[in-house]
Design a protein around this ligand. Structure first.
Ligand code: KIV
Ligand code: ZN
Length: 515
């Protein structure tokens, strides 16, 4: 029997649906490039029918990704399927993922369809998808609360219509390991031709069982596992990619399977996601949390010194974390910086390297030790700047409460803007000064600030969500001065609004000319 497990990553679709995890097109592209480095088999890039932006985002990822399949989600209806197929056109390896619910609860209350109607729908949707895209996945949403006999009928129809992958999701995180294993065994044993398709498991973590259920599903015959980086996703999240992969890797005798993941990219993937979205990785999160390899008690430290295996079942290096995360000193050259950035997974061109070097020296001047996470944060901030319309050149604040702020902003070749404002504290004052300077008003919906690494001189990361004209824009910034980090984050969000507005204006211009 095939022992290779395919890793289907849905960070950019199911993960991105979770509160606080939304990403713009450029951020999704950065994440997709990292997922390719990580070695996933499938990247689910989004749900193209949801919006024009989502459609364009999937299309750009489809064009950029070369080694993995790129999947697009579609409900089992013609407009969704055609839109998804169109978004996948530029993909080297397209994968269309269509779904419909199969539990009586969903049929009665959500779909208002009979079992027969759903069967017909499955046939039509999979046949249409297969006529447009060579690889088709069918998901029976809420499988784990569906009647097994009916589930078998649904899967028979999907397989006969040409589905290549059959996914049986635990949509609400309700099942248990022994139950899900039984479900896969039952369906696989009762569907003719089941050996010709790949069975897939997609689990939510409402009871904290997603990883355990994915492992049990594999024991029951699933050969694809759908997961997300750091386990982000609807409600309590999805199967955590790093936990599933390292369970298979570390307990190979119990789980004699392989997957194509480069485990050294696990921590970089999780860190990048956190830097992009601002989602905090819990310190005690397995594999990727800050404390996952920290040993505090004297007894443990003693054991570790004698032999690290006494208290570690895997090494930090194997998941992409070095024991000493000290990067470089103030006197390090450009070559050293480029090589360290490369080790962390970032290929920088000469221009980027030169900009990064200036930022790095600036940071190394303020901070004695520069860590890998600092460097990652600098690179994420630098790549944000490529898309910025307005650039923050200077921030000064005075006083306590109220505070006064002065900002200097550059917008392309236009004369430099200086603006001053007062506010309740320095952060409020800089945000008001920025708004005044660029003439855009927003409402700060969320503001998070945290240190990148331990220590008094740590780099402060700021994440904001700003509401402008009823729509939310996210921004981030990093600086050793947290007020400057907050100002950068605020301007970053406002820049996204300005860029989006400009893109609509350019789209609308020809229409206006016609009229
Ligand atoms: O949880 C779920 O059932 C899903 C499907 C669309 C696969 O996300
Ligand atoms: Zn899901």
């Amino acid at each position: 029997m095939e022992t290779r497990i395919h890793i289907f990553d849905t960070t950019l679709r199911d993960g991105e649906q979770s509160p606080g995890a939304s990403m713009d097109e450029h951020e999704k592209l950065q994440m997709a490039a990292q997922l390719e480095r990580l070695g996933v088999d499938v990247i689910e890039a989004g749900f193209p029918i949801a919006s024009e932006q989502e459609y364009q985002g999937v299309r750009r990822i489809a064009k950029a990704v070369k080694t993995c399949h790129v999947a697009a989600l579609a409900r089992a209806v013609r407009p969704d399927i055609e839109r998804a197929a169109s978004a996948l056109e530029p993909a080297a390896k397209p994968h269309l993922h269509t779904f419909i619910a199969t539990s009586d609860l969903h049929l009665e209350h959500k779909l208002r369809m009979t079992r027969e109607q759903v069967l017909e729908n499955v046939h039509n949707a999979v046949s249409l998808a297969k006529s447009l895209v060579p690889r088709v996945e069918f998901s029976a949403e809420d499988s784990t609360r569906s009647d097994w006999a009916y589930l078998v009928e649904v899967v028979k129809v999907a397989v006969a219509a040409g589905a290549d992958v059959i996914n049986l999701p635990d949509t609400v995180g309700y099942t248990t390991p022994s139950e899900i294993k039984g479900m896969f065994q039952h369906v696989i044993a009762n569907v003719p031709g089941s050996d010709k398709v790949i069975f897939s498991s997609h689990n939510h973590n409402d009871l904290g069982l997603a990883v355990a259920n994915a492992l049990a599903a594999v024991e029951g015959g699933a050969r694809q596992v759908e997961c997300t980086v750091s386990g982000i996703g609807e409600r309590a999240g999805n199967t955590s990619l790093e936990e599933f992969v390292m369970a298979v890797h570390t307990r190979h005798q119990v789980y004699p399977y392989t997957c194509g993941i480069n485990t050294k990219e696990l921590v970089p993937s999780s860190t990048l996601l956190s830097k992009i979205t601002g989602l905090v990785i819990p310190y005690n999160k397995p594999i990727v949390g800050r404390n996952a390899f920290a040993h505090e008690s004297g007894i443990h430290q003693h054991g570790m010194l004698a032999n690290s295996q006494t208290y570690e079942i895997m090494t930090p290096e194997s998941v992409g974390r070095s024991r000493s995360e000290l990067v470089l000193g103030k006197h390090s050259g450009r070559a050293g910086l480029a090589s360290r950035a490369k080790t962390l997974g970032y290929e920088l061109d000469a221009e980027e390297l030169s900009q990064l070097y200036d930022k790095f020296i600036d940071l190394a001047d303020k901070k004695k030790e520069v860590f890998d996470d600092d460097l990652r944060m600098l690179i994420v901030a630098l790549r944000n700047e490529e898309f910025e319309v307005c650039h923050l050149e200077m921030v000064r604040t005075y006083g306590g409460n109220p505070s006064m702020a002065l900002v200097r902003i550059r917008r392309g070749d236009e004369p430099v803007i200086e603006a001053m404002a007062t506010g309740d504290g320095p952060v409020d004052a800089v945000c008001r000064a920025i708004e005044k300077g660029i003439n855009v008003e927003g409402r700060l919906e969320q503001f998070d600030i945290r240190a990148t690494t331990p220590g008094k001189e740590a780099l402060g990361e700021a994440y904001v969500t700003v509401q402008i004209q009823g729509k939310n824009y996210k921004g981030n910034g990093a600086d050793t001065d947290i007020v400057v980090a907050a100002a950068q984050a605020y301007l970053n969000a406002l820049n996204k609004y300005i860029a989006l507005k400009a893109s609509f204006e350019t789209q609308e211009a020809p229409k206006a000319a016609q009229g």
